[in-house]
Unconditional design. Structure first.
Length: 120
């Protein structure tokens, strides 16, 4: 399908940035996240799926696209993105540390923070 290169670039940039893409199965509407027609999004993802660059899952009238490792390399080359930049789905978040507050320790006998219910 013929589509403007600027629209294809927008779609590929969004896919590379997020790592995933969702499109409703409706060819007449504008895509919610990308400023282009939904038909362009679905057809460009269909093309990438046939090349093995994207995995497609369809459920409840929505297409869910996930970027593969081969697709990551293809888009990196197509968009001229350096090696250090990765999609949000591949970023590793630091595990938040637990709060180091005092807790009840039955061996010490302290009951700070622990209240018994008053029985009448």
């Amino acid at each position: 399908m013929l589509m403007p290169k600027s629209d294809r670039t927008k779609i590929y940039q969004y896919l590379f940035q997020e790592g995933v893409l969702v499109a409703k199965k409706d060819f007449e509407i504008q895509h919610d996240d990308i400023e282009t027609r939904n038909l362009y999004v679905i057809k460009s993802m269909q093309s990438l799926t046939s090349k093995g660059y994207v995995k497609t899952q369809f459920s409840w009238q929505y297409y869910y696209y996930t970027l593969t490792d081969e697709g990551l390399e293809y888009l990196r080359e197509w968009l001229n993105v350096p090696e250090g930049i990765v999609p949000k789905t591949l970023l590793v978040d630091a595990v938040p540390e637990r709060a180091q507050g005092r807790r009840f320790n039955p061996r010490r006998g302290d009951d700070e923070g622990y209240r018994r219910r008053n029985r009448d």
